[in-house]
Design a protein around this ligand. Structure first.
Ligand code: NOJ
Length: 569
């Protein structure tokens, strides 16, 4: 065990909250959420008990990927406000004891970023080396991309630029050229930007698409199976490659180590927990934690286009074993973030919970998350039980990944099938306006929001739930306050964690030992089930139903019922 494990840092104690700025609160009546909107809701967030905000990108951008395509890292995009709003947001959050991490997009820029424009225009500019630009390949006289790699948004990783007569690499949209981290000048640019933000007062970063910064610079064709367009989706060519760890170590030495900041890398791309320690391990690591994707999509929704709704069932055992795998690798060696959903996933309530049992399942899900090993991150709107969209028009799925998916699949499936698929998987499910009240546009804006409000806002909204003692929102507040109690936090952060009956198909049960040993029992099904309790219960700390039903050491669990007990270990 590393001695850093025993240190209680502020970010281990923190309760995170993720804000998708365009959907949180519109302050100026243009239908788009903005920084002043966030400022106006800081008291709400403080009251909820969260104290660490991760705010998705709000910098200047042509918005091909809603701000993940940055054209000026040092300027707030006018639709979100201006740099003074950014400074004010930091100040007002800090006054309330809330810290802020921003989303730092390091893997690519917008194609409208001045670096890329110069790289295209000027063959002699050093900026050309900031990107991955390669000459075309000619096969039988036909011009082809340099290789057969496929990216994340259903297209080749290469687009042709006429001006330079070169192809440039992009693992996301073609308006998001990948930057070349093997170039030291490029790396210096990002280090300077990181210092700029930290000097401004931000408390750290969520490092976007971190896993992909190093690529296979041989650029040879992949040999994995090709799709019908002759493309190979071979993430290994641009994920978690050895140089990534060197780049991040340099980043730490040059920047992170000099600030009291938290850094959380997004490491999809199939990283193993053991490999992740090279990034987030207390010993020799370079960042504070990594977000993995291994507890998302465990209801089979991903790739479920031909499946009926009834076929999607949460794989509770898989959820537990995946979490356990990460815990076993990280225990005593690294800290972890915890989340159920974010702006890239459908709403957790629609995935692992149930719209029919909205209240019960939303309460159960937050209880399960809060007391595991890690810093919990709540996605905006989950605290009131927001769920997937009810859109019936395919055009409402106006997102680059959905559009590209539709273009690729429109001839393979009928419209109803595609619509059903997007309603269960699209990122837009989690990007609808926050439901503040039952007023028009859910109190998010005074005009038609740029993203359509979920029709359930009349029943699911903050204002109504504030008045209802038994609401999801009030349960969240209670659960968060409990998680923040010093002795409970100590058990969660330092106590030994273990699942009980990990093979049980329906129930998640875990114990967190420590000064106040905790036992969580949560039914993940919409039917009743029974679970034996082998611990001596001292008291119930949280429960999402009225009456407690026990019989001879067995608890009878109703749909999505959960208990958090204090026990004797
Ligand atoms: C991961 C972000 O979370 C996602 O929203 C974005 O599309 C890609 N990275 C590209 O930046």
């Amino acid at each position: 065990m590393d001695k850093q494990h025993t240190v209680m840092t502020w970010w281990k104690k923190a309760i995170g909250y993720i804000i998708y700025p365009s959907a949180f609160k519109d302050s100026n009546g243009d239908g788009i959420g903005d920084l002043q909107g966030i400022i106006s809701k800081l008291d709400y967030l403080k009251d909820l008990g969260v104290d660490l905000l991760w705010i998705c990108p709000f910098f200047k951008s042509p918005m091909d990927d809603n701000g993940y395509d940055v054209s000026d890292y040092q300027k707030v995009d006018p639709r979100f406000g201006d740099n003074d709003d950014f400074d004010l947001l930091i100040k007002e959050a800090h006054v309330r004891g809330i810290r802020i991490i921003i989303d730092f997009v390091l893997n690519h820029t917008s194609d409208e970023h001045p670096w890329f424009i110069e790289a295209k225009n000027n063959p002699n500019s050093p900026k050309r080396e900031y990107y991955l630009m390669l000459p075309p390949k000619y096969v039988d006289g036909n011009m082809m991309p340099p290789n057969n790699w496929k990216g994340f948004f259903s297209t080749s990783t290469w687009s042709y630029d006429e001006q330079s007569n070169l192809y440039y690499m992009h693992i996301f949209s073609k308006k998001m050229p990948d930057v070349n981290w093997s170039n030291p000048d490029l790396r210096n640019e990002y280090y300077a930007l990181a210092r700029y933000y930290l000097d401004k007062g931000v408390d750290g970063f969520r490092l976007d698409a971190l896993a992909h910064l190093a690529r296979d610079l041989s650029f040879s064709d992949s040999r994995v199976a090709l799709d019908e367009n002759g493309l190979a989706f071979d993430m290994n060519r641009y994920s978690n490659r050895p140089e990534l760890f060197d780049y991040m170590r340099e980043f730490k030495d040059r920047v992170f180590a000099h600030y009291d900041c938290v850094t959380i890398g997004e490491v999809g791309g199939g990283i193993s927990p053991e490999q992740s320690l090279k990034l987030s391990g207390y010993e020799n690591g370079s960042i504070s934690m990594v977000f993995n994707f291994d507890t998302a999509w465990e209801n089979g929704a991903y790739d479920s286009v031909t499946k009926k709704d009834e076929e999607l069932v949460t794989n509770v055992v898989k959820l537990k074993t995946n979490f356990d795998r990460w815990y076993q690798a990280c225990d005593g060696k690294a800290w972890m973030p915890l989340y159920w959903d974010n702006h890239d996933h459908p709403r957790v309530l629609s995935q692992y919970g149930s719209v029919k049992y909205r209240k019960e399942s939303a309460k159960m899900l937050i209880t399960t998350l809060l007391f595991m090993y890690g810093t919990p991150f709540i996605y905006y709107g989950d605290e009131i039980g927001m769920s997937n969209v009810d859109y019936t028009d395919i055009d409402d799925f106006n997102d680059v990944s959905a559009r590209n998916y539709l273009a690729e699949n429109k001839d393979k499936y009928d419209l109803a099938t595609l619509l059903r698929f997007l309603r269960r998987t699209s990122r837009l499910n989690a990007r609808t306006p926050m439901q503040w009240s039952n007023e028009k546009y859910a109190g998010f804006s005074t005009v038609t929001p740029s993203q359509k409000v979920n029709g359930n806002y009349l029943e699911v909204n903050v204002e109504d739930q504030q008045k209802d003692e038994d609401s999801i929102l009030n349960y969240y507040k209670k659960a968060i306050a409990l998680r923040k109690q010093e002795d409970i936090a100590k058990s969660v952060i330092f106590g030994k964690f273990s699942f009980v009956d990990i093979a049980n198909n329906d129930v998640i049960c875990y114990v967190h030992e420590g000064s106040r040993p905790l036992l969580l029992i949560a039914n993940f099904r919409d039917h009743e089930t029974r679970f034996p309790i082998k611990f001596k219960i001292k008291r119930t700390l949280l429960h999402n139903y009225g009456e407690e039903l026990f019989e001879k050491g067995v608890v009878a669990l109703r749909p999505f019922e959960c208990y958090l007990f204090e026990v004797d270990c």
